[in-house]
Design a protein around this ligand. Structure first.
Ligand SMILES: Cc1ncc(COP(=O)(O)O)c(C=O)c1O
Length: 463
């Protein structure tokens, strides 16, 4: 086989050495590279495959950090970016306008979740990655109350336990994953954490809906206790992704919406990971018939080609910033706000949703994922197999008992990762939780490979 050619293997090794001489990789203990943690050189992408300099193919089962929708180097998106690059690559969005930004805003607002009796989301503010989008939404909610000027001010956020919203200081403040948060705790702003509706936490005999109702009751108590102090509730609808692909019943979102209304608190839906068809509907909020006041989008927004975020807001929020004074304006900006290339990629992405009937195809793919994942539940160390549309998660514990997670020093997830990589599949477990979050273009043969390698990775890591 081509990738056993010694000259090609040497080239891959030389690549790794050059990389490790100069690069500091994200979310990585660099000391583990390359011996404990392999480093995969990627020369190009093709559909759901990542292709190395040696020609070796690896299945991208995590959509390159959940961004890729229709495959790598998708020609329609690549073409749209190239055309835009020859027309207008970038222009300052303060005081200038360009059509890709306008058209994208129009189309996102037309697609956004609706709720009867509520005025639709009506304005779009761009940022350039997910965390930056979350910062925008938090600052908007905070400043809206500040602009109103009635005292005492609402200055706090409620977020969910086990939630994740990014790594910048504001986004980290409303995240609850100790591994990312702990060291920065002295820098973070104060947030109030409400119990997670996570169905995995339901006690024996309690359903996912019971768990969601219990968590909503707890949220009600928190909002009562902090009446008049909270500007917004921020949450990931349906799936707490970085928190281990933990899923909840949509009834939680319905209750959270009602509670926010009762308390005059904005609801911020962070659809950065779950938006764009990932959980079965275009946006996860739709599954609860709920419209947020602010919705954060990023990741799949550009089909996984370029960094871009969009924050959708109601007119009621927008109007809270209109004033004779500049100080009441939302004076937030990023140099690349609304970059035309990224907007062109996003427009091409929305075109593909329409032309390829993506949501219908995803339903078929998700049904096949369910069939292939079901037998994994019978493995001795599997505690849970769960699914929301194009996300499947397999939680590994000692003996498959929820009460006995594996000792962290065993690094079961890491062993599964390295085993799968050797067999040509890029899984990137969250601790000991393996998950499938593939590009939507994944085909039956690739799904079978994924299931087969997942099974052997679990067996190898837990034996
Ligand atoms: C729900 C959610 N919000 C925000 C972010 C942050 O996005 P970014 O990594 O683009 O900053 C992520 C990233 O994984 C996410 O999953």
């Amino acid at each position: 086989m081509k990738h056993h050619d010694p000259a090609i293997l040497a080239e891959a090794d030389a690549w790794r050495s050059r990389d490790l001489a100069v690069l500091w990789h994200p979310c990585t203990q660099m000391r583990e590279h390359p011996d404990t943690l392999p480093l995969l050189p990627v020369a190009r992408g093709e559909g759901a495959w990542l292709v190395g300099p040696d020609g070796r193919r690896t299945l991208d089962a995590v959509s390159s950090w959940w961004v890729n929708l229709f495959g790598h180097a998708e020609p329609r998106i690549a073409g749209a970016i190239a055309r835009q690059a020859h027309t207008l690559e970038q222009v300052i969005l303060a005081g200038c306008s360009h059509m890709p930004a306008v058209e994208l805003a129009e189309r996102l607002l037309a697609l956004a979740p609706r709720q009867s009796g509520r005025a639709s989301l009506a304005k779009v503010f761009y940022a350039d990655n997910g965390s930056a989008g979350v910062e925008v939404a938090l600052k908007m909610a905070f400043q809206w109350f500040a602009n109103r000027g009635d005292e005492p001010r609402r200055t706090k956020f409620v977020a969910l336990e086990n939630g994740y919203h990014g790594e910048t200081v504001g986004a980290l403040s409303v995240g609850d994953i100790p591994l990312y948060r702990r060291v920065y705790a002295p820098l973070l702003m104060e947030a109030v954490f409400a119990p997670s509706p996570d169905a995995y936490l339901a006690a024996d005999g309690r359903s996912a809906a019971d768990q969601a109702e219990d968590a909503a009751d707890a949220l009600a108590r928190i909002l009562d206790d902090h009446a008049g102090e909270i500007c917004a509730l921020v949450l990931e609808p349906r799936v707490q992704c970085a928190g281990g692909m933990r899923m909840h019943d949509p009834v939680y979102l319905k209750r959270a919406r009602e509670l926010c209304d009762v308390h005059g608190v904005f609801l911020i839906a962070d659809e950065i990971a779950v938006g764009f068809g990932r959980t079965g509907t275009m946006f996860a909020c739709e599954q609860a018939g709920v419209m947020p006041d602010l919705m954060c989008l990023s990741k799949g927004l550009t089909g996984g080609f370029l960094p871009l975020a969009a924050v959708l807001a109601t007119d009621a929020i927008y109007e809270g910033f209109l004033d004779d004074s500049r100080e009441r304006a939302f004076l937030h900006s990023h140099s690349y706000t609304g970059n035309p290339l990224a907007c062109a990629a996003a427009l091409a992405t929305l075109d593909i949703f329409e032309s390829d009937d993506v949501l219908a195809r995803n339903r078929r793919t998700a049904a096949r994922m369910a069939e292939l994942a079901a037998p994994l539940a019978a493995l001795p160390h599997v505690a849970d197999v769960r699914q929301a549309g194009m996300i499947v998660a397999i939680e590994l514990t000692e003996g498959g008992r929820k009460a006995t997670p594996f000792d962290r020093t065993r690094r079961v997830g890491l062993q599964a990762y390295t085993h799968a990589l050797e067999r040509g599949v890029l899984l990137r477990p969250l601790g000991d939780i393996l998950y499938w979050m593939p590009p939507y273009c994944i085909d039956d043969g690739q799904l079978e490979l994924l299931a087969d390698v997942t099974r052997s990775a679990i067996e190898a890591a837990t034996s």
